[in-house]
Write a protein that binds this ligand. Structure first.
Ligand code: NAD
Length: 349
């Protein structure tokens, strides 16, 4: 199979390590490009069969047209989310596969890390004690036990988060467009409508995909319905939150704290070192000034186990595509889902 040539974009040292380890027998020829896939870099794909892309690569209509023109047959996303892909344009042009679940534990545990850090001010305590300042003024937290967590989206990650939070003794309410009542009974949480979740939760954590319906699900109006001093956690996609409204909520004191692993305009900054540059994004710069905001740069997925599963599943997806015209982890514009009936009937593409 090493006649299959993969153009791997936005390659970081840890990607190279995990993919080279999984491709130990050189069954594929992988060329790593540090640059992201964009309209400017798409010309690099000439002579390749497959493009391997990540969350901040641009896979819009012009890029897809250029990929097709360059002979690319498959876009193998090495991530779960696919909001950066114009699926309508890809439909009947180029197949798209993804890694639906590589380690839901990684992301759920990261959401909990954000909650605990914000609640107990660990991010502040770390710097204070390193400066030999052992005062605990300003670090007052709350018992999570007995409080209510609201989980938006109860898929792979949401369900794991719920079981962790139940272990803390929290009450959990959830909202999902497609509720899983069986799991709700097993995990002892209850489904509710979104407004009730917003109005009753002390901590709100978002775990649904970003799409037209969920874009800015957290906005000025939904924030106004929340309890005072609420904590908001977003490890899903930046576009789920209207960041300007979040900043206003933080400024007014309505929002007690926010833990963000993702940000609406993250593609300009996340995964890169800007420590000696000026941040020109005023909203990001403002967010970074709040003592009660903790930003991590899309590292929820970043565990050894997840990297290994991402590499394994991505290469398996490519093998699956070569063997089978309708690979298991295919996503397309018509089904927009991995568990679609049309695909099972072989009518997906
Ligand atoms: P999943 O598909 O298993 O679960 C998503 C859930 O959202 C499903 O239960 C679905 O029914 C629900 N949903 C769909 N539309 C909805 C709507 N309009 N309103 C409410 N709920 C809705 O996905 P997952 O594996 O749990 O991942 C969740 C999200 O986490 C992904 O979409 C991705 O954006 C993000 N993610 C982030 C990282 C990271 O590193 N931070 C890593 C992986 C995934």
């Amino acid at each position: 199979m090493n006649d299959i040539k993969i153009a791997f974009f936005d390659a970081k040292p840890y990607d190279k390590e995990s993919f080279d380890s999984e491709n130990w027998d050189s069954r594929y020829s992988i060329t790593y490009f540090d640059s992201r896939l964009t309209e400017q870099t798409v010309s690099l794909t000439k002579g390749f069969d497959v493009v391997c892309a990540f969350v901040n690569d641009t896979i819009n209509a012009p890029v897809i047209a250029a990929l097709k023109n360059n002979g690319i047959r498959l876009i193998a996303l090495r991530c779960a989310g696919y909001n950066n892909v114009d699926l309508k344009q890809a439909y009947k042009n180029i197949h798209v596969v993804r890694v639906p679940a590589y380690s839901p534990y990684a992301v759920a545990e990261h959401a909990v890390a954000l909650m605990l850090s914000l609640n107990r001010k660990i991010h502040k305590a770390y710097s204070r004690t390193r400066d030999s300042n052992f005062s605990i003024n300003g670090f007052l937290g709350f018992d999570m036990h007995g409080k209510t967590a609201g989980v938006i989206g109860t898929g792979h990650i949401g369900q794991i988060l719920i079981s962790i939070l139940k272990g803390f003794g929290m009450n959990v309410v959830a909202y999902d467009k497609f509720p899983d009542h069986e799991r709700a009974e097993e995990l002892q949480f209850s489904y509710t409508d979104l407004d009730t979740l917003l109005g009753t939760s002390d901590i709100i954590s978002i775990h649904c995909p970003l799409n037209k319906e969920t874009h800015h699900v957290i906005n000025e109006v939904s924030i106004s319905k929340m309890k005072d001093d609420v904590m908001i956690i977003n490890t899903s996609r930046g576009g789920l939150i209207d960041t300007k409204a979040l900043v206003e909520g933080l400024k007014s004191g309505k929002i007690g704290s926010a833990g963000l692993d993702v940000y609406e305009e993250e593609s300009d900054y996340f995964f890169e070192d800007f420590s000696s540059h000026i941040i020109s994004d005023d909203i990001l710069a403002r967010l970074l000034t709040f003592p009660n905001v903790l930003i991590t740069s899309h590292q929820g997925f970043f565990t050894k186990e997840a990297l290994s599963t991402i590499a394994k599943t991505t290469l398996n997806n490519i093998a699956d595509f070569i063997k089978n015209d309708s690979p298991e982890n295919e996503i397309c514009y018509r089904c927009d889902s991995v568990s679609c009936r049309r695909k099972k009937e072989g009518k997906c593409f």
